[in-house]
Design a protein around this ligand. Structure first.
Ligand code: PEP
Ligand code: MN
Length: 342
């Protein structure tokens, strides 16, 4: 009955360029695999492309390939010193993307709102100094151009997943977008939000599961780890996991990060603060620098188990010596297990 309805729906909604019969066949294959992928996911659906999408940042970090992406850094950029300490530590531990909010979506208007453009400059400086890509959140369509001048990847936060003007604005850029799952968004709503971005012509979209609201306050959110293998079937876009916002409790972050990579995630987004107890936002869920380094060592083994590897980080000092041939000559070699050899 359900199968019949789905196939009938596909015939009714077969996209232009696809023959009706062909549209029905695509849908039938999805049904066969037990995956309900409505025809309205024209661009994000798995079958829309022959290959999986690999999103690449300027520093060489990739999402969606054999190498996973590790995005790490503080929840918010608080000061040059705080950010620089975090950036140096996460780079030394093997991360390849620096995260940090310069525009913070806070529940209370009286909470720390971020440093704005000053914070963006600090992100760019620290990112460049340590060979890290920069991902940072943009809250407002009017800020997109400014944030894009400094960042390598624009984060659309959970609270803005269905901010359609913002989705259209970043869809008009040719710059990677990290699209977080909304606080209580269904997989369908999330994929259709990604469809908005792709419809603007921006094909570099990475999905980020960060937990959804649940009945149970025991953890900050309820991590839906099942979406990792599910989305692998439904879309060609890469999927990463943010265990920090999912858990809300720092000690729970490492085991869930490990589980996410084991489940097939293409990367992680992890909050790291040099002094979590005094963080201006999300201190309770932030790892300190030593805890992050320890987690990276655990992740090397699980990445290998999942058939992937940790980032082959580029040290800026090596890059400078190699005179522009960063990837060829400057890359730090990895041991067999993927642990970066300093
Ligand atoms: C963040 O990454 O700091 C953030 C605010 O995340 P989310 O939108 O998932 O709550
Ligand atoms: Mn945060």
């Amino acid at each position: 009955m359900l199968h019949g309805a789905l196939i009938a729906g596909a015939i009714r909604e077969a996209p232009a360029g696809l023959g009706m019969r062909e549209g029905a066949c695509v849908e039938a294959r999805m049904v066969e695999r037990g995956v309900n992928v409505p025809q309205s996911y024209r661009l994000v659906r798995r079958d829309a492309r022959g290959e999986r999408t690999i999103v690449r940042l300027r520093n060489g970090a990739t999402f969606g390939g054999d190498e996973i992406a590790i995005c790490a850094g503080p929840c918010g950029v608080e000061s040059r010193e705080q950010l620089e300490t975090a950036a140096a530590a996460v780079a030394a531990a093997g991360a390849n993307v620096l995260r940090g909010g310069a525009y913070k979506p806070r529940t209370s208007p009286y909470s720390f709102q971020g440093l704005g453009e000053e914070g963006l400059k600090m992100l760019r400086d620290s990112g460049d100094r340590h060979g890290l890509g920069v991902v940072t959140e943009v809250l407002d369509p009017r800020d997109v151009e400014r944030v894009a001048r400094y960042a390598d990847m624009l984060q659309i936060g959970a609270r803005n997943m269905q901010n359609f003007p913002l989705l259209r604005e970043v869809g008009g850029l040719r710059m990677p977008v990290l699209l977080k799952r909304g606080l209580s968004a269904t997989v369908q709503e999330w994929l259709l939000a990604a469809e908005y971005v792709m419809l603007g012509g921006n094909e570099s979209v990475v999905l980020c599961e960060r937990g959804v609201r649940s009945f149970d306050p025991a953890t900050r959110n309820l991590l839906d780890i099942a979406v990792v293998p599910l989305l692998e079937e439904m879309t060609h876009l890469p999927v990463i996991v943010d265990p920090s916002h999912a858990m809300g409790i720092a000690r729970l972050v490492p085991p869930i990060a490990v589980a996410s990579i084991a489940a097939g995630a293409h990367g992680l987004l992890i909050e790291v603060h040099p002094d979590p107890a005094n963080a201006l936002s999300d201190g309770a869920q932030s790892l300190d620098c030593d805890q992050f380094a320890l987690l990276m060592r655990r992740l090397a083994a699980v990445a290998e188990f999942a058939g992937r590897r940790l980032p082959q980080h580029v040290k800026p000092s090596d890059a400078a010596r190699s005179n522009g041939q960063r990837e060829a000559d400057g890359a730090v070699r990895s041991s067999k297990s993927g642990v970066r050899l300093a």
